[in-house]
Design a protein around this ligand. Sequence first.
Ligand SMILES: NC(=O)c1ccc[n+]([C@@H]2O[C@H](COP(=O)([O-])OP(=O)(O)OC[C@H]3O[C@@H](n4cnc5c(N)ncnc54)[C@H](O)[C@@H]3O)[C@@H](O)[C@H]2O)c1
Ligand SMILES: [Zn+2]
Ligand SMILES: [Zn+2]
Length: 361
Amino acid sequence: MSYEVQGVIARGKGEPVSLATVVVPDPGPGEAVVNVQACGVCHTDLHYREGGINDEFPFLLGHEAAGTVEAVGEGVTTVAPGDYVILNWRAVCGECRACLRGRPWYCFATHNARQKMTLADGTELSPALGIGAFVEKTLVAAGQCTKVDRAASPAVAGLLGCGVMAGLGAAINTGGVTRGDSVAVIGCGGVGDAAIMGASLAGARTIIAVDVDDRKLEWARGVGATHTVNSRATDPVEAIRELTGGHGADVVIDAVGRPETYKQAFYARDLAGTVVLVGVPTPEMTLELPLLDVFGRGGALKSSWYGDCLPSRDFPMLIDLYLQGRLGLDKFVSETIALDQVEEAFARMGRGEVLRSVVVL
Ligand SMILES: NC(=O)c1ccc[n+]([C@@H]2O[C@H](COP(=O)([O-])OP(=O)(O)OC[C@H]3O[C@@H](n4cnc5c(N)ncnc54)[C@H](O)[C@@H]3O)[C@@H](O)[C@H]2O)c1
Ligand SMILES: [Zn+2]
Ligand SMILES: [Zn+2]
């Protein structure tokens, strides 16, 4: 048996996405089929459509999702039909060298569904980040389903499945932000604003938001920024140094992922400070830095995949903080849209009009 449902497909580099029939197989051993209830539009979906991640078209886009489990395959014990889950792209294997060293958030062999979803003509689809959730039902590995409290609406909960978790974790897990720190975040979209919220939750004293768009800077204040810098008008490195007693920030997070923003992050941090790269660069980008500065300034240059999160640990905890009114996750939902409006949502993202457009099914 299989399911025939509607999904959002990217067929070629730069081509507008379109709806098509997707064939979802019944779950095999270790797999689950999930009824997607909501899925946020992340910049990474746009990277896929633009061929910036790889060439494995056609893609089934969407990967920030929550929903209910429809069916599970043989041997699945962690979730059951009816469970309310957030989908994750880090179903840890427990067996790779990272897992065996007790660092499962770096797992090098995360699980995805073994079977393929296809178009009606049998063409195999590449699901974005091993999920593919701009679709009524999707097939994932059971470990990609993390149960959370169903009191959180799908539109909000789903955001933890990628961008918001990536940002919160870039600050808290990768950057190790703690009470009293100074933090700067370059790029205040969904990911950057989540990093600001994470820094605020962790007790940072100074949180400087940097963007090229004043509207984004205003929203950044709403999620916890104490200062804002428009880097089109003002040199962000000098501004960040000025706002931190002339020294630079303890942690600078690059949530854009371009050589120029990375250099700003590198020079805007204090001696022995930390740079966290969470924005995703494209294959042609290169970086040149004086090696003596890399050495002389000390500290740590880190990258953050998915905020170094452990879904089973972090998703239920963050949803509980949200339900207690201590984490304003609903601030990220700028609008809810239908499945056939993803292309318009990309345009709105490009014009800086939204933090997150969320497809609600
Ligand atoms: N590492 C991860 O696990 C992970 C997870 C999700 C998303 N991402 C990546 O994070 C990045 C941000 O994603 P998003 O969904 O927040 O995107 P977004 O488009 O919503 O936000 C990007 C923000 O950066 C700003 N910006 C653009 N160029 C800038 C510049 N030169 N200087 C300062 N600000 C600039 C834009 O105005 C916008 O506010 C993307 O590259 C995305 O692929 C990474
Ligand atoms: Zn592993
Ligand atoms: Zn994403």
